[in-house]
Design a binder for this molecule. Sequence first.
Ligand code: FAD
Ligand code: NAP
Length: 314
Amino acid sequence: MLNLAIIGGGPAGLTAGLYSTRGGLKDVVMFEVGMPGGQITQSSEIENYPGVFREDPPITGMELMEPWVKQAMHFGLKHQMSEVISISKEGDIFKIKTDSGEVEARAVIVATGSKPKKAGFKGEDEFFGKGISTCATCDGFFYKDKEVAVLGGGDTALEEAIYLSNICKKVYVIHRRDKFRAAPPTIERAKKRENIEFILNATIKEAYGNEMGLEGIIIEQEGKIIDLKVPGLFVFVGTEVNNKVLKKEDGSFICDVNENGEVIVDLKMHTSLKGLFAAGDVRVDAPKQVVCAAGDGATAGMEALHYIQEHFDD
Ligand code: FAD
Ligand code: NAP
């Protein structure tokens, strides 16, 4: 039996692994469906993680996360590349069902983060992966010297539009309002780029193309219809939490969540179910920052260690 199962290998899960194993806990496994690092590895730049800074070019998310994995593994954390399907608790013991079997654990930290939301326009699903993407660092290069569009007005949309403007001939930023959610310095940087054009107070009605992929999008801007012929569209309209592992068969959750499905925790990352902790983007009121996810992970790792020492004899 494991002492601790950590679900998710982003900044929160890795930091929980580091703190729990370095604190002396044995048999700690981090279940991560892909390579550890989390969603920040998709980011072309990160300039607000304290103590890690490079001005030009800024460090990438991948560069930031590479040493985290090494550091966490160094103290005994093990990585199992599996998808966790569900978590349940029988008596004092958790059962973790994965795509490769079932394991038992004394405590669990859920650090499954969040994933990109869909915008909901016609053709979004049909052309996803065939011109529509949610990752500029992964797919931007396919559009070298071409025109692309970005949907959204938050930090992700504007940062990734700037990244794409280094590769692509032109980047249209389509936003449903004329005010942005992104941080003011990011808005300023985007506005300074000559090859970024803003299409504001506008929504995408439809994406169209053929079996080869996306050919264009139909935009409605204040009653006017625009047919924008672009082979690439990057959708950055926010995120939703990955809480599926906490769902029971009847659709209810094994611990308390709020109306958006975010896991309710106290300041020590305890959920309403004893021995179950949540950390990072998946929890309620998460600021959705790497530094905050890491802080949550540290707290959850230490709390899980205390919980196990208090509740189990050996
Ligand atoms: P995540 O990073 O989402 O990690 C969760 C992990 O859990 C994932 O690796 C996922 O594969 C895994 N997982 C999920 N479900 C399962 C399952 N069932 N079984 C096994 N594994 C599972 N923040 C900043 O501070 N600064 C920035 O500049 C910044 N830029 C960003 C740019 C982009 C493009 C994006 C997308 C995000 C950015 N963020 C930034 C936000 C930051 O990445 C997140 O706040 C942070 O990664 C959250 O960490 P986390 O560990 O909670 O979750
Ligand atoms: P976000 O801040 O929620 O912004 C989403 C944007 O998409 C908003 O501008 C929103 O418009 C728009 N939108 C939402 N639904 C839409 C729809 N159906 N159709 C069209 N537009 C739609 O999301 P995010 O930019 O992904 O950021 C998520 C979190 O990560 C935030 O907390 C952010 O601060 C953080 N983050 C931080 C950094 C950084 O610190 N440098 C970088 C990236 C992300 P409205 O504005 O009209 O609502």
